[in-house]
Design a protein around this ligand. Structure first.
Ligand code: PA5
Length: 475
């Protein structure tokens, strides 16, 4: 579909940071002077990201994904078509950056009860993202799928992640026992050459595989085959997602904070972090967007949570992401946000037009508490509650801003993802840390290897055995 200028304008995501400013929050808000003070740093961050776009060595290959995947997209669409025809179940096996994106796009762009719909009303097979090694979850997945009619998309850049490889070992064993050829039931998404899945593919006689480019890390990979294949299997318009991302990229091509939505968000968050706002709440007012908060939590936490700057200085920076859902969490967490410690920034994801309006019928005229709702729509109600919560937080002097998503579709989801990725890249550059590494995650992975007896980790095993719980402190 061609996206006209009019469509782009209608679907343009905007950032409203009124409620971050001292004009509305008084001394607790951010003044023009404070913004001016960090402007040189923001420009430097903008220039750093611009200068290093697409550089694989710096893990910035993600910036070019909206532009350089023409052939890959064609292959993905063809493969997805075959999967839709042949299989009743599609299961993503992956974790972290290899799972959160597919789960988010599924929830954002598919029916909220997709798997419960009859096949005639679904655009693709039943869909599951298995991102844990909880043995109960694995067993109970196997209770509801039919292996012989299941395609497993094994997503792992390294092919060395214990969780994903465990899942793969289990399903391939079961497939073999069921007399199936494993390679007919799996698609790999992995590193071009380094990953173990490449070796396994060879052993199995050539598994259909997609490449996760060298310069694209897990949490920045949703617009690569990691996210695009599952999305295409679900019938999501992946070309539109990429167009939306490219549009956001275009909107952000200026170092002027007032015009670049990702840069202004990074700057505001940076100032907030420097003022001790160590918690970043993301609160989508939409069930479809609820997993955007999960995906973002990884992007923001794993990218910015670092203890050393690029020049080797100790720093311990980052902001703890908290996921909330509007309106549900108004009745659980908003009390804390309004009156608790001044340690948070709240980011609302607001929807301009929901795909359903759902009128509220009139009734019970003699009960005003109930009757006043009649004649409105549920869309009006959720939007009013969003506005009311932002207002209440602002009155209480709490930093909050709103990302306005005019309508939820593949284009705006692409915009949203690219916006948050750019925001993270700018914020990382402002904090002067390596946004793209994750030594803290690797440390846990290695300790697991040691505990499960992987050769080469004997020394670490000894250390871990020495760190066993002390009975003196067990009550
Ligand atoms: O963002 C990241 O790099 C991580 O969260 C990884 O995606 C996660 O650890 C899974 O790694 P892999 O794709 O190698 O299995």
């Amino acid at each position: 579909m061609t996206v006209t200028e009019e469509m782009r304008n209608q679907w343009r995501i905007t950032v409203d940071y009124t409620n971050m400013t001292d004009k509305y929050l008084g001394p607790l808000g951010i003044s023009k002077e404070a913004l001016e003070e960090v402007r040189p740093l923001a420009v430097k961050a903008y220039n750093y990201v611009k200068a290093n776009r697409g550089k694989d060595g710096l893990f910035m290959g993600w910036t070019e994904l909206p532009y350089n995947q023409r052939e890959i997209v064609a292959d993905i669409l063809e493969t997805a078509k075959g999967i839709r025809k042949k299989f009743e179940y599609f299961v993503v096996l992956g974790i972290g950056g290899s799972a959160l994106g597919p789960a988010m796009a599924f929830s954002a762009l598919c029916h909220l009860h997709y798997n419960d719909l009859p096949r005639s009303k679904r655009r693709g097979p039943k869909f599951y993202v298995e991102d844990n090694v909880d043995p109960v979850r694995m067993k109970e997945l196997l209770d509801v799928i039919d292996l012989k009619r299941t395609c497993f998309n094994v997503i792992s850049k390294s092919g060395a992640t214990s969780e994903t490889m465990t899942q793969f070992l289990i399903v391939s064993d079961l497939l073999k026992k069921a007399g199936e050829d494993v390679k007919d039931h799996v698609v790999f998404t992995t590193d071009a050459s380094r990953g173990n899945l490449v070796k396994i593919s060879r052993e199995l006689g050539g598994v259909k595989s997609f490449v996760l480019g060298d310069g694209v890390g897990g949490r920045f990979s949703e617009l690569s085959p990691v996210g695009l294949l599952p999305a295409a299997v679900l019938g999501i318009d992946i070309k539109m997602m990429l167009k939306g991302a490219a549009y956001m990229d275009k909107l952000c091509k200026t170092h002027d904070c007032k015009k670049n939505p990702a840069l202004v968000s990074a700057v505001l968050q940076y100032i907030a972090m420097k003022r001790g706002k160590n918690i970043g709440v993301m609160m989508p007012y939409s069930d479809n967007l609820r997993y955007v908060a999960d995906w973002y939590a990884q992007l923001w936490a794993e990218s910015l949570g670092k203890n050393i700057t690029r020049t080797g200085q100790m720093c311990n920076v980052g902001q703890t992401p908290v996921k909330a859902l509007g309106v549900t969490d108004q009745h659980s967490q908003v009390q804390l946000y309004t009156e608790g410690p001044y340690d948070k920034v709240i980011t609302f994801l607001s929807v301009g037009s929901y795909k359903e309006k759902t009128p509220i019928p009139h009734g019970y005229v003699d009960i005003p508490d109930v009757n006043f709702l009649g004649g409105h729509t549920m869309e009006e109600l959720i939007q009013a509650e969003n506005k009311a919560t932002a207002y209440a937080l602002t009155r209480a002097g709490r930093l909050n801003y709103t990302v306005n998503v005019p309508v939820i579709n593949a284009f705006t989801l692409g915009e949203l993802l690219y916006y948050f990725e750019l925001q993270t890249a700018y914020a990382g550059a402002m904090l002067d840390i390596d946004t793209y590494n994750q030594p803290g995650v690797e440390a846990g992975k290695k300790a697991t290897f040691a505990l499960l007896g992987k050769p080469g980790y004997e020394e670490q095993r000894k250390q871990l055995d020495g760190a066993a719980p002390d009975p003196a402190y067990i009550v």
